[in-house]
Unconditional design. Structure first.
Length: 183
């Protein structure tokens, strides 16, 4: 986000960057209306995996950007990705922690996110100087794609739904499935 105006200026598509942010903001409001229900009904993976894939696609499309339409589509995809991940990951954290630790878990999540927002421009600025905006956006797409693997390792390989958990989440725990969890 930090580099989009500079990138759009370099491409001669400054007006497209303004529309990008409008699409991102509006779309974030819309997706948050229904993704929570999807996550509650079908589990965390039903929201997180598509969100990560949309985020990768938005960064890749932004890196490619053959015309203004690519930035518009990238704006639409980024809200489905990044905009959906924030509340979905908060729900994952809240479900994974005991009640008395939820506030600590969520605040830690936001601290880490704020650190990322603060340091990312510092780390990516030299990348833009050395390799250009397109390389930087492509590299960001690759980092997000690696997060698909990280998510799977940490949480995604388990069948978890909000409010209920398979015994497979904690192998050997002997914990029975809650009756409210459909198979």
């Amino acid at each position: 986000m930090t580099f989009l105006n500079g990138y759009a200026r370099e491409l001669g598509m400054l007006d497209a960057a303004s529309v990008y942010f409008l699409l991102y903001s509006g779309g974030m409001l819309i997706t948050r209306l229904f993704t929570g229900r999807i996550q509650d009904r079908y589990g965390d993976n039903s929201v997180i995996y598509p969100a990560l894939c949309l985020f990768v696609a938005s960064m890749a499309l932004t890196a490619w950007a053959p015309g203004s339409w690519a930035l518009y589509v990238g704006g639409v995809l980024v809200y489905g990705g990044f905009g959906t991940m924030l509340p979905a990951l908060q729900a994952v954290i809240a479900n994974a922690l005991p009640t008395h630790r939820i506030s600590i878990g969520v605040s830690t999540f936001f601290i880490c996110m704020d650190v990322g927002f603060g340091f990312a421009p510092l780390m990516l600025g030299p990348v833009v100087e050395a390799m250009g905006y397109q390389f930087m956006y492509a590299a960001c797409a690759a980092v997000i794609a690696l997060n698909l693997v990280l998510y799977w390792l940490v949480h995604g390989r388990y069948r978890v739904r909000q409010g209920c958990t398979d015994a497979a989440r904690w192998p050997g725990s002997g914990a029975p499935r809650q009756a409210s969890c459909p198979p």
